[in-house]
Design a protein around this ligand. Structure first.
Ligand SMILES: Cc1ncc(C[n+]2csc(CCOP(=O)(O)OP(=O)(O)O)c2C)c(N)n1
Ligand code: SF4
Ligand SMILES: [Mg+2]
Length: 302
């Protein structure tokens, strides 16, 4: 962890700028045709276009096929524990305001075991971008029902078909207090780029719900919204007011066939700003006190 949170040095701040060549990490181990490839290539392009320096690229994940992403990015990364990407990413975001932190994870990772962290990171408005790579299945563990699997989906955990109502991801995020909610689709790389770019520019918690086919365990899941398969990719109507939470909630009512784009975006204080103010106020109040002298002395040993 210490590598992530160390303050930038002069040497760091003169790091190499991202190119489409040097940002590639290990060769992706995903199956040919996996929908996740388009997120990765859009991410590469975004950090290249924004002239990121490599030491400022940071991708955090949990466990799953989707969560392998940090291996394929030649920057800083953390392949953590299943469901725990968001608390790790929150710590990094809160201690290093100079970084824009990205979290990548699956529907199992971020909505099932890590669902609690999603809710609380959203309501705290921690400044980071979270990409929910939703293939409606636990793929890495070879086909179990996930929180977004539809009723009737046959899997190893539901051989007779799932009976549980799936989570409506956008509505969950809105109800949790997320300040930025968007939805995109693996077969639309330009749209993915656009949503990642808006998420990156948002000051606060930005959640991007990416629908993605798992060609191995749930092929054709999103055909109905895949233009390459004759489906309808419906963009959010232009007159939608992204600051209107009720309108966003209504728009998210029917996930399939649903809408794609920015559902909701508002500016509100981030946990980062609130925490920084608290620290500054406290330091001012205790200036010259023994505790401030102690903290200054400790800094010399960091
Ligand atoms: C604490 C813990 N519980 C369960 C597992 C097993 N496990 C690994 S990945 C995974 C689910 C993967 O599904 P998802 O997050 O949707 O990712 P995908 O592989 O579909 O991209 C599970 C249950 C684990 N590694 N750790
Ligand atoms: S098993 Fe599915 S999600 Fe995993 S890499 Fe293969 S296609 Fe992608
Ligand atoms: Mg999944």
């Amino acid at each position: 962890m210490s590598d992530f949170v160390k303050p930038p040095t002069d040497q760091d701040s003169h790091g190499e700028q991202v190119s489409l060549k040097n940002i590639r990490g290990g060769e992706p181990t995903w199956c040919a045709g996996c929908g996740f490839f388009s997120v990765l290539s859009s991410f590469y392009k975004l950090v290249r276009d924004r002239e990121f320096e490599q030491q400022n690229v940071i991708a955090i994940s949990g466990i799953g096929c989707s969560s392998r992403i940090p291996y394929f990015i030649n920057g800083y990364g953390f392949h953590g524990v299943h469901g725990r990407a968001l608390p790790i990413a929150s710590g990094i975001s809160l201690s290093r305001k100079d970084l824009k932190v990205f979290v990548f994870g699956g529907d199992g990772d971020l909505l099932s075991i890590g669902g609690n962290h999603l809710i609380h990171t959203a309501r705290r408005n921690v400044n980071l971008t979270c990409v929910i790579m939703d293939n409606s299945v636990y793929a890495l563990t070879k086909k179990q029902t996930s929180p977004t699997s539809p009723i009737g989906f046959k899997s190893k955990t539901d051989p007779f078909g799932s009976v549980d109502e799936p989570i409506n991801v956008e509505q969950l995020l809105l109800a949790s207090g997320a300040s930025f909610v968007a939805r995109t689709m693996f077969s639309e790389p330009k749209h993915i780029y656009e949503m990642l770019s808006l998420g990156l520019d948002h000051n606060g918690f930005s959640a991007i719900h990416l629908l993605s086919d798992c060609v191995e365990f749930y092929p054709g899941r999103y055909d109905a919204v895949n233009r390459k398969k004759g489906g309808n990719f419906n963009l959010i109507p232009e007159d939608h007011d992204v600051t209107d939470k009720s309108a966003a909630f209504k728009l998210a009512e029917n996930p399939f066939l649903g809408y794609f784009g920015l559902f909701y975006k508002v500016n509100k204080p981030t946990r980062n700003e609130i925490e920084e103010n608290l620290i500054n106020e406290s330091q001012e109040k205790h200036q010259g006190s023994d505790i401030t002298k102690f903290a200054a002395a400790m800094k010399r040993y960091q």
